[in-house]
Write a protein that binds this ligand. Structure first.
Ligand code: KG4
Ligand code: ZN
Length: 335
């Protein structure tokens, strides 16, 4: 008989209050997410103070709901995993304090999970396709753009990272200049399906001896284009599609270069931007063309969720990486 380790995951690093129950890092019994996006939309971005207060309002209900949907009680849980950085400190502290109190009350392990690491673990949330390290992982979210060499369940090396904006941040900022609602990423994704990605030639920044990224030049180019053509009939879907294609081309090209440099034939995507239809398709075609295998997490596990946190917590747990009840939140935690 195989042992079952049941982990309750909690995620409050930004504007999603989420809780999930996952068995052995792979089998999702429940995954509950309360999004605050409607609240923050009127401000054009996440307001940290409001995010923290909303987490406080929602956390008990969301955790109870995750247990209920998993058909379990706290006494069935073997460990509590929680995002403790990077992220908005007030928001992180709500989830962390709640996780600590549950772990302490039940005398079960507390497992602090790095937010980027948890995004990588979204790739393990599929029982049918048992995806395992080593692989190259492109983590693209609202706050991070990292190209990682994932060596095993516990170690990874940064091969490249953004030097300015994160990919999702660029999507959201360009979305705002195009007059689209927050967050701009999914809106640009939708518009790109009807726009012509070859209509406008926007810059694609690649560095000669580095796998780093930079999106600020591209963002400025979109602004300049809009400024220059002000008063004329601008086709917003063409701007969106051309911008998105420039981002995708750089993400795909650096990922393939990373595989070549490291001699690795497995690629995975992670983070909110990994939900992008154009990126998923381009990466799929590029990998198929090069004979690389690709794992694409389900869309629901790309954007912030707690199932990926529970999976990360499970791998910490079996690796003996348990935290003390004094664990703190770190807004700028490096991977
Ligand atoms: O991983 P995530 O939920 O939160 C962070 O850790 O930042 O990522 C949120 C980011 C936002 O910038 C959002 O615009 C972007 O992911 N995003 C997308 C799509 N869905 C979410 N970007 C492009 N296309 C999408 N379909
Ligand atoms: Zn995230």
């Amino acid at each position: 008989m195989t042992t079952e380790t049941v982990i309750l995951g909690i995620e409050t690093s930004c504007d999603e209050t989420a809780a999930a129950v996952v068995v052995n890092g792979r089998k999702v019994l429940s995954n509950v997410i309360a999004s605050q996006v409607e609240t923050h939309r009127q401000f054009g971005g996440v307001v940290p103070e409001i995010a923290a207060r909303k987490h406080l309002e929602n956390i008990s209900f969301i955790v109870e709901e995750a247990l209920k949907q998993a058909n379990l009680t706290l006494s069935d849980i073997n460990g509590i995993a929680v995002s403790n950085g990077p992220g908005l400190v007030g928001a992180l502290l709500v989830g962390l304090s709640y996780a600590k109190s549950l772990a302490f009350a039940r005398r079960i392990p507390l497992l602090g999970v790095h937010h980027i690491y948890s995004h990588i673990c979204a790739n393990y949330l599929n029982e049918e396709n048992f995806w395992e390290p080593p692989f190259i992982c492109l983590v693209v979210s609202g706050g991070h753009t990292h190209l990682l060499d994932v060596q095993d369940y516990h170690n990874c090396n940064i091969l490249g990272r953004t030097r300015d904006d994160a990919a999702g941040e660029a999507f959201d900022k360009v979305g705002r200049t195009l007059g689209l609602p927050y967050p701009g990423g999914p809106e640009i994704d939708k518009l790109s399906k009807i726009g012509d990605s070859l209509a406008i030639s926007f810059p694609k920044t690649v560095f000669k001896d580095s796998l780093d990224f930079s999106f600020s030049g591209l963002k400025s180019a979109v602004l300049q284009y809009l400024h220059k053509n002000k008063g004329q009939d601008i086709d917003v879907s063409n701007v969106a599609a051309s911008f998105q294609q420039s981002v995708i081309d750089v993400l795909v090209s650096n990922t393939l270069k990373a595989c070549e440099q490291k001699g690795i034939t497995k690629v995975a995507l992670a983070g909110g931007v990994a939900a992008n239809g154009g990126l998923r398709e381009s990466m799929y075609l590029a990998c198929a063309n090069k004979g690389l295998s690709l794992n694409l997490p389900s869309i629901v596990y790309c954007t912030d969720n707690a199932a990926m946190v529970a999976s990360g917590g499970y791998y910490h747990y079996i690796g003996g990486r348990v935290d003390s009840y004094n664990l703190n939140a770190y807004p700028n935690m490096d991977i």
